[in-house]
Design a protein around this ligand. Structure first.
Ligand code: 26Q
Length: 760
């Protein structure tokens, strides 16, 4: 292939591949041609592996669309764009052709995708291992103000993940299955090419899907990789989840051992060839599986345990006890009987080591605790933000910390700036480059140089204009894709993330009801306000769906009220995904990060908004704490209880929502409105009542104690935005210039220095 790094040659090649003039090509044809060109180019950057290679095992890789990203990373984007435009075509229309691979639920999956980008960019040898789900995260639809789900078929066209001839045999419930390897090239920004290895069965059959996203769960051969799990599920589903996990780790472990042997390992020295990062507990069975496989290769149990402990490291992404995976041993007896003796022996080793039953792998009710196995039998356990790691050490995993203080470490999450700045906000990227040069693209810390322009009114005006342009662009996209008209001259306040009670979209809901009353009473906000939401609720998560319903109903109540609608609009974006996030984030003024302190392990959306010049309205939770530290109190809106306070209240179990409801008239007014006449005319009584009762009777994530503080800070933010636009933009600039720390390049460099030591 020729050198495609100039526009003329790109033109020649594109029309050669398509066999016609570019004008005459459909976007589908151009997409296919470019996919091939990217593939060829990325092959040129495959490099030999020396020393340790990383395998990042994860049940989720929320990679998002790949074409533009790969073109940027390979240095081809500008040429392709110019070439298309010269022939009357646009990059934006081309992007629409590509289906989004939504192979993840949210933060954990997106983090894995950012990490792959950074590994390749830093020229580190590191592959992903995961599953090739035929349907990614469900497609969300709104009907009568309620969420419904349909399958997300993303396969079938030209695909990035290439089928290979490589297969591995995996035994599930005593039967042999053939796992096939698919390989997806991961291009680094001016860096090497690594691979995402995805396993699948040839026998999967999508005709099993019935109504919505329900499907027949009996025939494993037909349904194993049919769906990505939408983050919680019924019992039949949980069993299937174990099948999925084992397919991934067994095929993955076999592939790792095979690769290492090919590179010269005698397996006794496996730790010199491989590092495995276990992304939450979903891939934890890789530990007993590797021990089992090493046993088959003639290595004694004790040595195998030692090797595996040296190779593997574990990342914890959650503090919520209910999210830590525990399986009844019976399930494992059914699905992976070959692992049970290994797990039992590991449990015995733990019992020899400590008398503390709380760290046992198999508890007295015969429940297997995956996180416990991870901590005992890996050499590193890390949290994903400073506060999160402290909470793990001091409360949640304190017994483990006492046993192994040396294993615990923090790796504050990060995001790839290639997708979350260069790709999604080209105008801002250009401005930054014109001010401080291109170095920040590879060394994010250079963004700090922007501080020199904090008092430069010309620059601040340019920055404000870019934000406005991005708001206009989001408005156009909303009109085009969702038929919603918004006012780009209003303040855009965005809360986009999975719908979960601990993230407290319901707190935002109560604020908006409060604002509705204020407007009705003539207390107008300083400027029109647009509250934008993007969130999917797990299909079985009733209260989460009720919160979506209440927000959609309230949106309608307000839209139908001319008095209020000129000041307040609620927009709930349907089917929030990576593609939507790329449009929303650059257009945001105020980023809502309002989880109950101590509950959000890190958050990564908070970093994306900051990088794109939004100010954060948030609690001292997760990485918000580090964001606040970086930008200073004057450039962030912090409110609410501290994590210490919250942990203490949980300890005393003495929180009573009803008292707040009964003693605070503003709270009572907002909650009662949920089942008032206006809401009932747009929403469903059963759902609204259930939500109201939940808030008064339980409010497990303590919305009500933070309610007043939230209102005060949010109204302050709106007032500042209107009254001191220049100061606001200066704060935005400070946020951008301090975002460097939150690059996943920094995170990956830390993982490598402290845990992996790749290539050594
Ligand atoms: C569990 C059991 C059965 C089926 C599904 C699951 C499941 C699936 C996904 C459990 C959890 C997840 C995802 C968790 C997640 O996204 N955690 C987020 O991780 C981010 C990256 O570290 C953090 O920034 C967020 O704070 C954390 O919530």
């Amino acid at each position: 292939m020729m050198n495609v790094k100039n526009v003329k040659e790109m033109e020649t090649i594109l029309s050669e591949v398509c066999k016609k003039e570019i004008e005459q090509c459909s976007y589908e044809e151009l997409y296919t041609a470019l996919l091939g060109i990217v593939e060829e180019e990325s092959k040129k950057h495959v490099m030999d592996v020396k020393g340790r290679k990383l395998y990042y095992i994860s049940a989720e890789f929320l990679i998002g669309k790949l074409l533009s990203n790969n073109l940027i990373n390979l240095g081809l984007y500008e040429n392709v764009k110019a070439c298309l435009e010269a022939h009357g075509k646009s990059m934006a229309d081309l992007e629409e052709v590509e289906p989004e691979p939504s192979l993840g639920n949210g933060g954990l999956g997106r983090l894995a995708a950012c990490f792959l980008d950074s590994l390749a960019t830093l020229n580190l040898p590191g592959d992903g291992i995961g599953l090739r789900y035929h349907c990614g995260l469900f497609h969300q639809k709104f009907e009568n103000q309620c969420q419904s789900e349909t399958p997300d078929f993303w396969l079938g066209g030209d695909e990035w993940a290439k089928k290979t001839e490589k297969t591995y045999t995996v035994s599930l419930a005593g039967e042999d299955y053939t796992a096939r390897l698919y390989k997806l090239a991961v291009t680094g920004y001016e860096g090497r090419t690594n691979y995402l290895n995805l396993f699948d069965l040839d026998t999967v059959d999508s005709s099993l899907i019935k109504e919505g996203i329900s499907f027949d769960k009996t025939e494993i051969a037909k349904n194993l990789t049919l769906f990505l799990y939408p983050d919680d599920s019924d019992d039949a589903g949980r069993l299937l989840r174990i099948y999925q996990q084992y397919l991934m780790v067994s095929a993955g472990a076999q592939m790792i051992l095979e690769e290492c042997k090919e590179r010269g390992s005698d397996l006794h020295d496996l730790a010199d060839y491989a590092a495995i990062q276990i992304n939450d507990t979903h891939p934890s069975m890789v530990i007993p599986e590797l021990i089992r496989l090493l046993g088959e290769e003639g290595i004694e149990f004790e040595e195998a345990v030692e090797i595996v402990t040296k190779v593997c490291a574990y990342t914890n992404h959650t503090i919520l006890a209910e999210a830590l995976e525990k399986w009844p041993k019976q399930y494992l007896d059914t699905v992976v009987p070959q692992l049970v003796p290994v797990i039992e022996k590991l449990d015995e080793l733990v019992r020899e080591k400590t008398e503390d039953d709380s760290t046992a792998i198999i508890d007295e009710s015969e429940i297997v605790h995956m996180a416990h196995m991870d901590i005992h039998f890996t050499h590193s356990t890390n949290g994903v933000a400073a506060l999160h790691t402290e909470i793990l050490k001091n409360s949640e995993l304190n017994h483990f910390y006492k046993l192994y203080p040396e294993k615990f470490n923090n790796k504050t999450n990060g995001i790839t700036f290639r997708r979350w700045l260069l790709k999604c906000n080209p105008e801002l990227t250009d401005l930054i480059e014109s001010l401080i040069g291109p170095g920040f693209k590879k060394d994010a810390a250079e963004l700090e140089k922007l501080m020199d322009f904090a008092e430069d009114e010309k620059v601040l005006k340019q920055l404000a204009e870019i934000k406005h342009d991005n708001k206009v662009a989001l408005a156009k996209w909303l009109e085009h894709t969702q038929n919603i008209v918004v006012n780009p001259d209003s303040i855009f306040m965005i809360q986009s993330k999975r719908l979960h009670e601990y993230k407290r979209q319901q707190l935002n809901l109560l604020y908006l009801i409060h604002q509705y009353f204020e407007i009705k009473e003539g207390h107008l906000p300083n400027t029109p306000v647009t509250a934008i939401f993007g969130a999917k609720a797990a299909p079985a998560y009733t209260i989460a769906k009720d919160i979506i319903h209440a927000l959609l109903a309230l949106s309608k109540v307000i839209a139908d009220d001319p008095e209020v609608s000129q000041w307040l609009q609620i927009v709930f974006i349907e089917n929030y995904n990576v593609t939507a996030a790329e449009k929303m984030i650059p257009a945001c003024d105020l980023s809502e990060q309002i989880s109950l302190a101590s509950k959000e392990a890190s958050g990564t959306g908070n970093m994306k908004f900051m990088l794109n010049g939004a100010l954060t309205l948030g609690t001292m939770d997760g990485a918000n704490v580090e964001i606040a530290e970086a930008v200073g109190q004057e450039n962030i809106y912090i409110f609410g209880q501290s994590s210490d306070q919250v942990i203490r209240t949980y300890g005393h179990s003495d929180y009573c929502a009803k008292e707040w409801y009964e003693t605070d008239p503003n709270i009572k007014r907002a909650i009662d409105f949920l089942t008032g006449e206006e809401m009932l005319s747009c929403g469903r009584q059963d759902k609204l009542e259930r939500l109201k009762n939940e808030l008064i009777g339980k409010d497990w994530f303590q919305t009500l104690p933070d309610f007043n503080a939230y209102i005060v800070r949010k109204d302050q933010a709106i007032a500042d935005y209107v009254q001191n636009p220049l100061d606001w933009t200066k704060s935005a600039l400070v946020n951008i210039s301090k975002a460097g720390f939150f690059s996943s390049d920094r995170t990956i460099a830390e993982y490598n220095d402290d845990i992996w030591h790749l290539g050594e």
